[in-house]
Design a protein around this ligand. Structure first.
Ligand code: HEM
Length: 453
């Protein structure tokens, strides 16, 4: 442990007194600080600025490390579709979230990752998904009709979406209602991952995050035995009994590690996407009306079934366009295991690179007029995202592509289709949403005027 810390400390020091990427465009700025403060307030602005000034490859210094950002379909293919294990996720993500989410599937590579993926995949097969659909539907209907906090005609969207998706996650992922302490633990772990000093200094956010991790570890451990003996339909139970085709299962500690990570991977990403959809369709209410008409017709035709989700065509277009403009995960970091070159620049082994989802999504050569919210870009006739492979990567690509993509799309479609049937919402002219990292939570919670239909 101490050896690791000393090694990390030495590496970080070297990163800050030298610039090994002299010929790569970009500005590392001050040692240690670099672009961290701008990054922590508006990641997208940093990306737009650098992309405009330097093009699809540029260097920056974030959280004390030098990182080379890469953008565009070629970079996405090279780094994410990586059969040779040249770009590692464990050391890529490790310096940001490694100690808080250790041994989580996203922080593994090679055979270990394949094994985790094979087992975890079983929780996302069609049969369990059909079971999840019913639970989500019931929770959503109950929440929207009886629990959502509307004060006079005001709704603060983000915290209410957090409450709703946490309720769903409690039932679906764990099979029990979350307590206030469980919810706080998850929030504290996420906040700790963004804290720049990963040392357990008393009362620091990092210390609170590690404490929260210990609390959840104990809480989950207590339930594993029972889940293995008497599994429910929830994802936690599924992980406890999940077996790959060759009979491999997760150990207790592996289950705990995956469950702690699943809450980060699934929860804030989905909540921020839901909020962004409600923002874009408040700004351009014609899309709100189209979604409403589609949902009313959908539910008039019959009840919701897994096989019918694809009938939400307008909602699908709106969801994709929202994920293009507001991808919940704006960067995907990797550690370079073998020297490589990109656009004539040599990048040595040992470098840290990051794929910028957002930068690819706003390239005008792929998406003309890129800052315009225009869901029809994803229509069959235009399909701008399909003209060049690896142009649309809100769920990543390659080995680590989001395992919960279909689950997330299902949850979003159910929530939005039910929300839009019941409510009309609007924002003052000129209002723009502002997000804080790491996963795009709006700084003001996103207040709207709302009326029940
Ligand atoms: C709108 C919602 C979501 C978005 C935008 C999203 C995005 C992503 C992205 C971009 C990655 C790849 C990261 C990388 O390659 O470095 C990823 C991985 C992952 N996501 Fe999601 N995600 C969402 C929802 C979910 C949900 C609902 C779950 C689970 C129920 C989930 C579970 C995971 C897991 C386990 C991984 C790691 C996969 C691996 O390493 O093999 N995500 N997600």
């Amino acid at each position: 442990m101490l050896k690791d810390l000393l090694f990390e400390g030495k590496e970080m020091l070297l990163q800050n007194i030298q610039d090994p990427f002299k010929e790569i465009p970009g500005d590392l700025k001050l040692p240690f600080i670099g672009s961290s403060l701008e990054f922590a307030t508006d990641v997208n602005k940093v990306i737009i600025k650098n992309l405009e000034k330097y093009g699809p490859i540029f260097k920056l210094r974030v959280m004390g490390y030098n990182v080379i950002a890469l953008a565009g379909p070629d970079a996405n293919k090279l780094i994410l579709h990586d059969d040779q294990e040249n770009f590692l996720s464990k050391k890529g993500w490790g310096f940001i979230i490694g100690d808080l989410f250790k041994e989580a599937i996203m922080l593994t590579d090679g055979e270990e990752h394949t094994r985790f993926r094979r087992i975890m995949q079983t929780a996302f097969h069609k049969m369990p998904m059909i079971g999840y659909l019913e639970v989500i539907m019931n929770e959503v209907n109950h929440f929207l009709d009886h629990e959502m906090a509307i004060k006079k005609d005001k709704l603060i969207v983000y915290p209410e979406m957090v409450r709703l998706t946490m309720k769903i996650a409690g039932k679906l992922f764990f099979g029990f209602e979350f307590s206030e302490k469980d919810l706080n633990a998850i929030v504290e772990i996420t906040a700790a991952s963004m804290w720049p000093i990963h040392l357990e200094i008393p009362f620091s956010p990092y210390q609170k995050g590690m404490e929260a991790r210990r609390y959840l570890t104990k809480r989950y451990k207590e339930r594993i035995k029972e889940n293995r003996r008497n599994p429910g339909d929830d994802m936690f139970s599924q992980m406890c009994v999940a077996k790959s085709e060759s009979g491999e299962m997760f150990s207790d500690q592996e289950i705990i590690n995956q469950m702690i990570f699943l809450m980060l991977a699934s929860h804030d990403t989905t909540t921020s996407t839901l909020t962004s959809i409600l923002f874009e369709t408040a700004k351009d209410s014609s899309w709100q009306e189209k979604m409403r008409a589609e949902s009313i017709e959908f539910y008039e035709k019959g009840s919701l079934e897994y096989g019918r989700l694809k009938e939400f065509k307008t909602l699908g277009l709106v969801m994709n366009e929202t994920l293009r403009l507001h991808p919940a995960l704006v960067v995907m970091p990797r550690y370079v295991e073998k020297d490589f070159s990109f656009l004539g620049h040599q990048i040595p082994k040992g470098s840290r690179v990051a794929i910028s989802t957002y930068a690819t999504h706003i390239m005008p050569e792929i998406y003309p007029n890129p800052f315009l919210f225009d869901p029809n870009r994803f229509s069959e006739e235009r399909a701008e995202h399909k003209k060049v492979p690896f142009s649309f990567i809100p769920f990543g690509a390659g080995k680590h592509i989001c395992i919960g993509q279909y689950f997330a799309e299902m949850e979003i479609k159910i929530i939005i289709s039910q929300f839009v049937r019941r409510f009309k919402w609007s924002i003052p002219k000129g209002y723009e949403i502002k997000y804080k990292p790491p996963l795009n939570a709006p700084t003001d919670g996103f207040p709207v005027r709302i009326e029940r239909i």
